[in-house]
Design a protein around this ligand. Structure first.
Ligand code: ADP
Ligand code: MG
Length: 282
């Protein structure tokens, strides 16, 4: 996952245009939440998980949603993915209602792969779902695997590879559909610290491809500070926006180690950490 050239996302704009036909061109990858609340259950069992939330995310942003466990992060992501409709308010992606698998790709905490298939087979399946012509699939699969640093792993079975490698396959699979929006729900939470840092670095590098929008959910202030071009801290349930920060850390041209060692990163991480703590008790 090193070079930016020969990206598998070449042609992504065309494909995104095809899958989001009828949506305003300038809005591809944009997210708009207007007065959104999400409630579960009825009567005495009713729980408001999220809201009200207003949110405007321009295309190309790397937005990190951070907050304590149970504050509604996954709920917000599901609304943006279109997995469930909002109880109250409007959710718009690329200028229209979100459609699962069309307006966004999703990476979950568990990779959710087909264990009996090979690494390549899992990506092939995603390409098939994304309606990539059969004649193009092998080349695109290889490009995607190279992009996530798994080029020599295509023939291995899922149960033969590590948890970190499995999560890389899940990222390759989510990239296969070439959506203009990628949603990631604590994708590295189950990984050891070293693997997690490497994957963070790779996701940060890949995120600048093609102006794709990313929404990344985490409860870690470190992860939020390292990854986000914008960081939103959520209150405890029902999740609302407690803090909305723009990061001034450079997106490219800086070594990860240098970034992690910089006073700017330390200051941002401390600010986010304090806000998460405060929001959890407020
Ligand atoms: P987070 O991802 O920040 O840990 P969630 O979005 O998963 O939080 O959950 C927020 C709150 O909403 C939690 O209290 C959770 O129990 C509740 N919740 C989430 N999904 C459902 C559901 N389908 N039915 C009932 N309650 C739910
Ligand atoms: Mg969650």
């Amino acid at each position: 996952m090193s070079s930016n050239s020969s990206s598998p996302l070449t042609g992504a704009a065309d494909r995104a245009a095809a899958t989001t036909a009828g949506r305003p061109a300038g809005q591809r990858g944009a997210i708009r939440l207007h007065n959104v609340s999400q409630r579960y259950g009825t009567g005495a069992d009713a729980v408001t998980a999220v809201g009200p939330v207003d949110l405007d995310v321009p295309p190309g942003e790397f937005l990190v949603l951070v907050g304590a466990s149970g504050c509604g992060k996954s709920t917000l992501l599901r609304l943006i993915a279109g997995f469930e409709p909002a109880t109250v308010g409007d959710v718009e992606v690329s200028g229209g209602a979100p459609v699962p698998g069309v307006t966004s790709g999703v990476v979950f905490q568990q990779p959710r792969l087909f264990p009996w298939k090979t690494v390549g087979g899992n990506v092939d399946l995603a390409l098939k779902y994304a309606k990539v012509p059969k004649s193009e699939r092998a080349a695109r699969r290889n490009e995607l695997l190279e992009r996530v640093g798994l080029d020599d792993t295509a023939h291995r079975r899922i149960w033969e590879i590590s948890g970190g490698q499995q999560q890389r396959v899940a990222i390759a699979r989510a990239l296969a559909a070439e959506t203009s929006l990628l949603l990631l729900d604590e994708p590295f939470a189950a990984l050891d610290a070293l693997t997690r840092e490497r994957l963070q670095e790779d996701v940060r590098a890949v995120s600048s491809d093609n102006g794709r929008t990313n929404v990344f959910v985490t409860h870690s202030a470190d992860e939020a500070a390292f990854l986000g071009s914008r960081i939103i801290v959520l209150t405890k349930r029902p999740g609302r926006v407690a803090l909305d920060l723009s990061s001034t850390l450079p997106r490219t041209g800086v070594e990860p180690e240098e970034l992690r060692g910089s006073p700017e990163y330390a200051a941002l991480r401390a600010e986010i950490g304090a806000a998460v703590k405060e929001a959890a008790v407020a």
